[in-house]
Write a protein that binds this ligand. Structure first.
Ligand code: 13P
Ligand code: SF4
Length: 339
């Protein structure tokens, strides 16, 4: 990959980006900001010139999340916004399956992923042949597939879900199909969480897991509580069952942000990816964020220089085979209708 030459800071760039530095000044010292500001400036200029929009996931670092992201949110919001977008170009500041979802929903647009290696252990752990085998094992059950999957796996499914709407989707699909059992793939922990929320529906699943959230343990959370008895613990539903049992609340990345914003807990720990706390600390000055997080190596591949390079060169464009995209779109659209 040809990387852009290191850009230089000028006073003009400093003045033009001062309002953006205000948003992240608790995260970056002035010297560090001087290295970031030229990229922020140039990315925002190019976005206007090319009618591009940046969809940034909640796990992006604060420079991306607060300074160049046009739409920020969880997987559900990013998919909903991609479907509505009238930009010519979508830059997905997130991982590859998110970019594929955008391409599936907007086949006429250029969808760019700034680093094609930004994958996901859940998406890599299952393929369409696995889904076919599961259908044989559980005939007649609706196949509900987490969006953290490839287009071909979505295409082999009946409907998609995200962590933000998984419970609702399972409840609604079971009702629409008139069944009391479903097959929810590939995340065994998300499926186990959903099963605890709707005990009258039997949720069959697969052996997939997120390599980041599976690292948390119930013991980690008990230690946090012993040290800080008043702490509120929020966990992502990709975490194992014993972690969710110790947590005060389980929700998608956006639901965790809403919880903190609305309830203002005095002390909170976010059992998820590390950028989450960084991105919302400034807007919640009365909340003490206790750090106990893990980095997602895939999300962290996306950086300002790579976003700029992507916008300059229109690389790497995400393509999905039209027949696969058509089937995958049905599963994603079905989810968006029921959300
Ligand atoms: P959200 O849909 O909650 O944003 O999660 C996506 C993800 O990859 C979490 O690991
Ligand atoms: Fe995939 Fe886990 Fe990273 Fe989310 S945090 S992108 S589920 S590997």
């Amino acid at each position: 990959m040809i990387m852009t030459e290191r850009l230089k800071y000028t006073d003009e760039i400093g003045a033009a980006t001062a309002h953006l530095y205000d948003r992240v000044s608790d995260q970056y010292q002035e010297d560090h900001w001087k290295a970031l500001a030229p990229y922020v400036y140039e990315i925002n200029r190019l976005k206007k010139e090319k009618n591009a929009v940046i969809l940034a996931h909640n796990y992006m670092t604060p420079d991306i999340f607060h300074c160049v992201g046009d739409i920020v949110g969880d997987s559900l919001k990013l998919a909903q916004e991609a479907a509505k977008s009238d930009a010519d170009i979508i830059v997905q500041a997130g991982v590859h399956f998110m970019a594929e979802t955008s391409k599936i929903l907007c086949s006429d647009k250029i969808v760019l992923i700034p680093d094609v290696k930004a994958g996901c252990s859940l998406a890599e752990g299952i393929n369409a042949a696995d889904v076919a085998l599961l259908r044989e094992k559980y005939p007649g059950l609706p196949v509900i597939t987490y969006v953290n999957t490839t287009a071909e796996v979505k295409a082999a499914s009946d409907i998609c879900c995200t962590s933000g709407n998984a419970v609702k989707i399972v409840e609604k699909i079971a009702k629409e199909w008139g069944v009391s059992e479903v097959l929810m793939i590939p995340d065994q922990y998300l499926a186990a969480y959903v099963a605890t929320q709707i005990p009258d529906i039997k949720v069959h699943t697969y052996k997939g897991e997120c390599e980041v959230h599976e690292r948390f343990t119930g013991d980690d959370l008990r230690k946090v509580r012993e040290k800080d008895p008043g702490v509120t613990i929020l966990a992502h539903p990709e975490c194992p069952q014993d972690v969710l049992e110790e947590a005060d609340y389980a929700g998608s990345t956006a639901q965790m942000i809403d919880y903190v914003t609305d309830r203002q807990p005095a002390k909170v720990v976010l059992i998820t990816e590390c950028s989450m706390g960084d991105n919302i600390a400034k807007a919640n000055p009365n909340v003490d964020f206790v750090r106990s997080c893990h980095l997602c190596p895939h999300m962290k591949r996306i950086t300002l220089p790579k976003i700029l390079h992507s916008l300059q060169t229109l690389e790497t464009q995400v393509e999905v085979d039209p027949a696969v995209a058509k089937k995958a779109k049905e599963a994603v659209d079905y989810m968006l209708r029921l959300s």
